[in-house]
Design a protein around this ligand. Structure first.
Ligand SMILES: [Zn+2]
Length: 545
């Protein structure tokens, strides 16, 4: 997602099918050991009297031997009316935000149905638009699905989802996946609309959303089909309030080329379609799987730009299809979206704009308080919204930039494609990315991942040099005695010789408190001057010895 502040800174099926779509590297969910939700079948009634919801959700799950309870997250203000296991009513307690469902028998596959209703105050954002019409928009990140849906509400447990939504007439209902059907139905003498959507790829609960509002659909006409990961043609649409439709396609003329670029770099688009919606998200943009929600104001003010579309679209591959298994690895989502938005900048505006974007990101990292105090992999932070910080976004993005430069195009993108293909529709941790990049580059990245992800801050080397006239050798002295230890650095050096000619050298600085490294070239006289990291590429603040 994009935080609103970042927007201002920016430049500018069946269950069986779902199981088949699971990654071969699917790791067991960590949140509730022994429980693995496979599918949610969600039926919702949205009355036109405000924020009162009726829900009927069937959860299909697998359980390990000996697991006798399922704990579903659902906030207490919602009232559970009935719970069934395998079609039989059971007594389940609901308190402290958990429905405790007893599971008897030994079957390893079960269906649990929860019927509930009540007022919704969060997660599903319900409000009147400027013309007094009720609108509903899911906004679950990080763990607000439980505000309106009984779920195992953690990114480690991904599942497919079906939606059946009954809404007042005049509301367009959009959700994850494929549109299955839409029809008018009579209910208590009033005509309503029933709309069904089906997401056949497993997704995290924080990405499971519906939208219901007086939205109009604008199909983006693209000359070429984007072939999705099951060979289907992926269509893109924009859903907006009628009053801004005349603005379209506007920035969304970039939506097709953005998907094409990321397909070339990573792999086929992971979902059935891609919708872009004017919505009520609290974020600038939110990357809900196959249905990106953007802040209403970006449409009303007509300030939405292609950078945010690129960011949220990149999430469809990174964050959505490959999901961080633990919140502390959020950079696998936000760092990727940040860096891929910069790759879009490079593609559409050229190298100078790309380098300027990365230089601005570097400047933000070097001056940020959270970066100075906490590591990117911040397991101590349990207030998840606080993880939407410069570590997850800018430092994470810059780490990918450094990897890209260090490993080169071929090894970098081969590693990313392999990482994506291995963990697609599953979950991953940072070590999984490290492993794939090591395989593609044949370089150990242990030190790299450790120093950039597990330590606060950045490198602060003090660097000096000396010339030995006897041997013509220039030696570089590096002292790294900062609080967060020594870094291994690929240090670019520019040497200006006595005649004023410049030579580019590269020095590998070891992760040692004090090191002296000789330059590969020899010089017949003392150089006039030396510059270390003259292009300001390293995440380092260099001082002179
Ligand atoms: Zn994001």
């Amino acid at each position: 997602m994009i935080r609103c502040a970042v927007v201002l800174l920016s430049f500018s099926a069946t269950v069986a099918v779902a199981q088949g779509a699971r990654s071969r590297a699917a790791a067991p969910p960590t949140y509730q050991p022994g429980i693995d939700v496979v599918d949610y079948d969600v039926a919702l009634q949205l009355p036109d009297t405000g924020a009162f919801l009726r829900g009927d959700v069937t959860v299909t799950l697998r359980r390990a031997n000996g697991v006798s309870h399922l704990l579903l997250d659902l906030v207490d203000p919602l009232t559970v009316r009935a719970v069934e296991v395998g079609g039989r009513l059971v007594t389940a307690s609901h308190s402290g935000g958990k429905i405790d469902v007893p599971l008897d028998g030994t079957a390893d596959s079960l269906q649990v149905r929860v019927v509930y209703d009540g007022p919704v105050t969060d997660g599903l954002v319900v409000r009147k638009d400027s013309k007094g019409r009720w609108t509903w928009f899911g906004d679950n990140w990080p763990d607000r699905a439980r505000q309106w849906l009984p779920t195992v509400d953690h990114p480690s447990d991904k599942a497919t989802v079906s939606w059946t939504v009954v809404a007042p007439l005049g509301r367009t209902v959009v959700a994850n996946g494929t549109l299955v059907s839409t029809r008018r139905i009579g209910r208590s003498g009033r005509t309503m609309t029933e709309t069904r959507w089906r997401e056949s790829r497993p997704i995290a609960t924080y990405l499971m959303v519906i939208a219901a509002g007086p939205l109009e659909q604008f199909d983006l006409r693209e000359p070429d089909c984007h072939y999705g990961d099951e060979g289907q043609c992926v269509r893109q649409s924009v859903y907006v309030l009628p009053e801004v439709k005349d603005w379209l396609p506007g920035p969304f003329s970039a939506a097709g080329p953005i998907v094409s670029l990321f397909e070339r770099l990573v792999g086929p688009f992971p979902y059935e379609k891609l919708a872009h919606l004017q919505s009520s998200t609290r974020f600038g943009g939110m990357e809900n799987a196959s249905a990106i929600f953007y802040d209403d104001k970006l449409f009303a003010n007509r300030t939405l730009m292609d950078g945010i579309i690129a960011h949220e679209t990149a999430h469809q591959w990174f964050g959505d299809a490959v999901t961080e298994r633990e919140w502390s690895h959020l950079w696998l989502s936000e760092g990727f979206a940040t860096y891929f938005a910069a790759l879009w900048t490079q593609f559409v505006r050229g190298d100078a704009s790309y380098r300027a974007e990365m230089a601005e990101i570097r400047r933000q990292v070097l001056s940020d308080k959270v970066v100075a105090e906490r590591p990117v992999l911040d397991t101590a932070q349990t207030h998840y919204l606080a993880l939407l910080n410069t570590n997850s976004y800018q430092k994470g993005g810059y780490i990918l930039y450094m990897l890209h430069r260090q490993l080169g195009d071929s090894a970098f993108f081969t590693g990313l494609r392999s990482y994506y293909a291995t963990y697609r529709h599953g979950t991953a941790l940072s070590a999984d990315l490290q492993h794939e990049l090591e395989r593609s580059s044949h370089v150990s990245l242990e030190q790299f991942f450790d120093q950039w992800l597990r330590r606060p801050g950045f490198a602060t080397p003090a660097i000096g040099w000396a010339y030995d006239a006897g041997t013509g050798t220039v030696s570089v002295r590096v002292v790294q005695e900062g609080a967060h230890g020594a870094y291994q650095l690929s240090l670019p050096v520019t040497v200006i010789d006595a005649a004023g000619r410049s030579t580019q050298e590269m020095v590998i600085v070891p992760a040692e408190a004090r090191a002296t490294i000789s330059l590969p070239s020899h010089y017949s006289s003392r150089p006039r001057s030396m510059a270390f990291d003259p292009g300001e590429l390293l995440l380092a603040r260099i001082t002179r010895l």
